[in-house]
Each structure stands twice: as C-alpha cells, then as structure tokens.
Design a protein around this ligand. Structure first.
Ligand SMILES: Cc1cc2nc3c(=O)[nH]c(=O)nc-3n(C[C@H](O)[C@H](O)[C@H](O)COP(=O)(O)OP(=O)(O)OC[C@H]3O[C@@H](n4cnc5c(N)ncnc54)[C@H](O)[C@@H]3O)c2cc1C
Length: 268
C-alpha cells in the first residue's frame, strides 16, 4: 500500500523522495494550485515563502551538519539547493524560483511518486500517512489534527523584510562577507557608528507597532529562534548589536574601522 504524504512543501517533498528511494510508492497530496495558503503564491513545490537561506554550511554548526547528513542520505533538497545556490557567505542560500522548479521537476520525474492535486481535509484512517502541511495547514485539516492532538497547535509568525535596491545609499554601504567567507563580497553592509546606532535603537523601541491579532492578543509569545527585532531590542540597548546587527568580521572601507553595528543585506 502506498504511503500518503500530505503537503508538497520542503518536508513533504523530501519525505516522498525518501520513500521512493527506498523502493516504496508515495502519494503526494498538494492543494496548490487549487487552493493557496495566505503566504504561498507559486504553483510549484517546495516554495520558500520568506528567507531563501538554508543557513550555515559549516559542518560544525547544527544547520550545516543537518544538511551534510541529509546529503549523505540521498536527499532531494540539498543537491537541488546546491545547484541553484546564490552567493551568501558561509550560508547556503538559493534562487527560490529555480530551487522550487527543480524540486518540482525531480518529483514529477520520479515514477514511485504519484502527485494528487487537492486539499486534504481528513487524515486517512488506514496505512501510513506523513502530514507535512507546515505552519499554514488549511483550516479543515488543522481542525482534524487539533482534534487528534488536543488544543496545542501554535504558529509563531515572522517574516524577513525585503529592501528595494533603489532605496540603498551606495556611497555609504559596502559589499563584504563576514571574515571574507564565500566569494568575499556576498552581502551589502549598512554600517552605523555609535551615535547612529543609538538613534536607530531609540527610534526602534519607540516605533509604532503592527497590532497583534487573534490569540496573540491574549497570550503574546515569541519564538526565540526567529524573534521580531523590536522585541529583541527591548531586552537591552546592546542586544541587537550582539545579535543580528553584530559588526564582527567586517571593516568599513570608508573609515578603515569595524563599525559599531551593521545591517547585513543579501544582494538579491
Ligand atoms: C510568513 C512566514 C515566514 C516564514 N519565515 C521563515 C524563514 O525565514 N525561515 C525559515 O526557516 N522558516 C520560515 N517559515 C517557516 C516555513 O514555513 C518553514 O521553514 C518551511 O516552509 C516549512 O516547510 P514545510 O514543508 O513544513 O511547510 P510548507 O513549506 O509550508 O509546505 C506545506 C505545503 O502543504 C500544503 N498544504 C497545506 N495544507 C494542505 C492540505 N490540507 N492539503 C494539501 N496540501 C496542503 C501547502 O500548500 C504547502 O505547499 C515561515 C513561515 C511563514 C508562514
């Protein structure tokens, strides 16, 4: 009996691929393009809806080790990411359109994977099922999962901002990778001196905020691994300067010094 995989996102595609590589049949059920979640836009599989980074490649980091282990286990996603990579210092980042297209092509070419285009609203009663519908599982299926597991489904929402290239002051920013990794100039760095940083920090912690909605109003919680910048900033004046705005491994060619803080942007 084929194994059912619900959701052709990153997890579902990898699961179906591994099933197929082990000589079993997989039925991969995906609701796109009939129905889209509020964040998905493309009809293709393994759509990256936010960051295009699969994080560090160093095998001494957890993210790097995971990718290496997946690669050695005959992963679908890691070779597709390597083929469609874009410069990102020591990280593995991809061209999201090419990556998703390549994963979709490989899945369609695999004779052991049968794709079904429909929203799954029930959890199959028999056989083995992998539910890989991600954080934006459609409401009907989410209700079934909740019924099975109790009232404990949570999704912590955060999205990486995208900055338009025209808004950058090319006379102030400089191209470099931290410690010269990757191709050496993979990131656009927006440096701040101490005064600029302190102004930025003050504006940030006093800025108008997007209103919380739904259950967040009663029970506001953040996920430590992907925290809104304004929440992190409230932990202390130097917290973001030692976190995502850290200046280490960078030297501003205009001053010859390490900046007080840096906002790093990927070129795309
Ligand atoms: C706004 C937002 C920002 C995010 N930012 C990041 C980030 O920057 N970095 C990061 O690592 N992660 C981020 N995430 C989490 C991200 O979704 C996961 O990392 C990744 O996409 C999870 O892969 P997945 O395969 O589990 O789910 P997904 O990639 O979401 O794939 C699930 C698939 O299931 C399909 N599906 C849903 N319900 C059904 C159904 N009932 N029947 C059939 N098909 C269904 C969907 O259409 C989708 O194709 C973000 C998520 C959101 C919503």
């Amino acid at each position: 009996m084929p194994i059912t995989v619900i959701g052709a996102g990153l997890a579902g595609c990898e699961a179906a691929w591994q099933i197929a590589q082990n000589g079993e049949e997989a039925v991969l059920i995906e609701m796109k393009p009939q129905k889209y979640t509020p964040a998905h836009k493309s009809p293709t599989f393994a759509e990256l809806i936010c960051s295009n980074s699969l994080k560090a490649e160093r095998v001494t980091s957890a993210a790097g080790l995971l990718k290496e282990e997946m690669y050695r286990m005959g992963s679908l996603l890691v070779p597709c990411a390597l083929q469609t990579r874009v410069p990102a210092g020591g990280a593995l980042a991809v061209d999201r359109v090419k990556f998703s297209a390549l994963v979709t092509e490989k899945i369609h070419q695999n004779v052991n994977i049968h794709c079904v285009e429909q929203e799954c609203t029930e959890i199959p009663e028999s056989g083995i099922t992998v539910i890989a519908t991600g954080p934006l599982t459609s409401d009907a299926l989410a209700a079934k999962i909740e019924h099975l597991c109790g009232d404990s489904l949570r999704f912590y929402d955060a999205a990486a901002p995208i900055i338009t290239a025209e808004s950058l002051d090319r006379d102030r920013i400089f191209a470099a990778s931290r410690y010269g990794k990757g191709e050496g100039e993979d990131y656009l760095n927006c440096p701040m001196n101490r005064e600029e940083y302190e102004n930025f920090y003050t504006e940030l912690v006093h800025a108008q905020r997007a209103p919380l909605h739904g259950c967040d109003v009663q029970d506001p919680k953040v996920y430590e691994g992907c925290m809104p910048i304004e929440v992190m900033a409230q932990r202390g004046p130097d917290t973001i300067r030692f976190g995502p705005l850290k200046p280490v491994g960078l030297r501003d060619p205009h001053t010859g010094h390490r900046p007080w803080a840096v906002v790093q942007l990927r070129r795309e």
